[in-house]
Every structure is written in C-alpha cells, then in structure tokens.
Write a protein that binds this ligand. Sequence first.
Ligand code: ZN
Ligand code: ZN
Length: 350
Amino acid sequence: MFQPPVFTTLETRSGARIHRLPVEAFPNMWANTYLVETTGWLVLIDTGSGRDKSNEDLEAGLSRAGYRLTDLTHILLTHGHIDHFGGLPYIRQQSQAPIGVHELDLQTVARHEERLALMTRRLQDFLAQAGVANERRDELIQMYRFTKALYHSLPVDFTYEASDMQVGPFEMIHLPGHCPGHVALKLEDVVFTGDLVLERIVPHQSPEELTPYMGLRHYLESLTALKHWSDGASLILNGHDDPITDLPARVETIRQQVSRRIRQTLEALSEPRTIAEATQQVYGPMSGYNALLVLEKIGAYVENLYQRGLLEITNLAELDNGQPAAVKYRRLRTVNDSEILPKEKRYVFV
Ligand SMILES: [Zn+2]
Ligand SMILES: [Zn+2]
C-alpha cells in the first residue's frame, strides 16, 4: 500500500540543513516542499496547493523544523503547477519573502486568471481536434479549472534568467517539457528536480501545440540535460516522492516507459484513429483527472510522431473543408525500436 512521504531532515556536504515538508496537496495526492537553512537564508522551495489541508501540513512541517512562515527569507518555485505554487496566497498573509520563478512560468503565477482563460480556450481546441465529444469536453475542462480555482494572482519579485540562473547559493537550470518554466536547483551536492524526474511515476507531458515549451522533445532533452548537470550530486530530491538514489538509472527507466507507451500508440494507429481513440486503445477507460492527463500525454506522443514523419493524416479533405472535424492519424510504416524516441542529445557543461 502507498505510504505518504514523511518529514525528513537531510544535510548538504557542508552541513546546510534541508527539511522535507510533505503536504497533502489534493486528497491522497502528496507533494514535497523543502525548507533550506543556509547562512543568512531560510528558503522555501515550492508551496503545496493552497488547499486548507496543504497549508496545515506546511505549517506543521515548518514548526517541526523550528520555524514559522514569518522567518522565510525567500520562496523559490520549481515550476508553475498548482500543487507547487498554489500555497503562495496563504503564505503571503504572513510572509513578505521575495518570490522567484522562471520567466516562462511567470504569468501562470502573476496573471493566473488570464492564463486560465487562455488555457481553457486552447484546451477546448485541443480536445475537439483530439475527437473528444462535446459533453465530455466540458466535463474535462471543468475539472481542469476546478483544481486551479482557489488561487488568485500574486506579483512575482524576481525571475531566474534575469538573475543569471543563480540566486544566492542556488544554481538553476531551465528544464522545459513537464512545465514550460520548469527548473532544477542545485545547492552544493544536492539537486532539487521538481517534477521532471519522479521515483514512482512517469511525469506528465502534454503537447507543445497546447503550450509552448512543452512536448516530448523538450521533455526528453531536459531529462538528458538534468542527468549531466547533476553528475556528482549525492542527493536528488523531487517534488512528490522519495529521494532518487540513481538518477541515470531512473532517467533510463522513464525513457523506456515512455518508449513502451509510444510503441502502443503506434500500434493503435495501425488504422486511422483520433487521439481520443488511440488513448482509449492504450490506456483503456480512465476516470477523473487522469482521463485528461492521458489525453494530453498521447497528444504529446502523436504530435512528436507526426513531426518526425512517422504518421499521416487520413481525413485531410474533411479538415480542408473547414469542418470542425477531429484529426485522424495513421502510422505510415513499421517503426524500428531505435526510431521510437527522438535521438538523445549529448550535452557538455563547462
Ligand atoms: Zn508538475
Ligand atoms: Zn507536482
């Protein structure tokens, strides 16, 4: 049975203390926030979702570490997903600590209502093209908006690129693909990976057509970049579950799991199918928020396969007529194992 993550205190090589404060971001969905104590700095990395239980867990964790929200000197976000920044309005009631985020997630935090309105429209288009029926589309969109409805926008105090990807003792790297402005943070020999690599699940992906800087290619390139950037780190801490002990091995497992799903997607597309039909073939019936997540995931895979010339569109005449038609894709040919994923890039950090 699943065990929720627990409060833990760890140390960097030089003895800076890191407390892991898990919060129940949504019912039965846990997220890690981290409190980092280092000379002159008391930094909160991520905030939980802002739901009552999440805020209570955050306060309880802080007090167990011997602190209160008023003691924070900085709040650093790994990325603009609600389970990581939704706690900001609650924290702001007690703390004026400056908030930092990457440029590409700035508006999600600072102009949330605008972003939600735009995303709703893009999601409607995406789901229509994916072949999701009208009524079901409305349900999925309502669900999408519901999880984000509690939040209200807050000004961000600084962005990472403007700070040369260095904030005090923390070094950052931009790793898009799971979220446009996703970063990992490094403090000495400890790396905070946010949601880019998790221990138990394959992190969520969605098509670049829906949001720039998403898409499979960005995600896989970020995995490789993180692996090289984290070379020599002794502790890898993520946004939802336990520390990762062997990052290259975990990255390889994720690549294999993604590759298996893409293979299944290609098999589903041996005859013309929409993204919704292919998703049904690959995952079977899904309920709740997961139904939306798997549509986005298969959407990202189909987008990438189509970009690389491995699929064709079979209902071009319908699309060309301007009818509101769902796009049907078909596999063009047999695809070798070595072609399933885009080629891994080599990174050199100097
Ligand atoms: Zn996330
Ligand atoms: Zn998350």
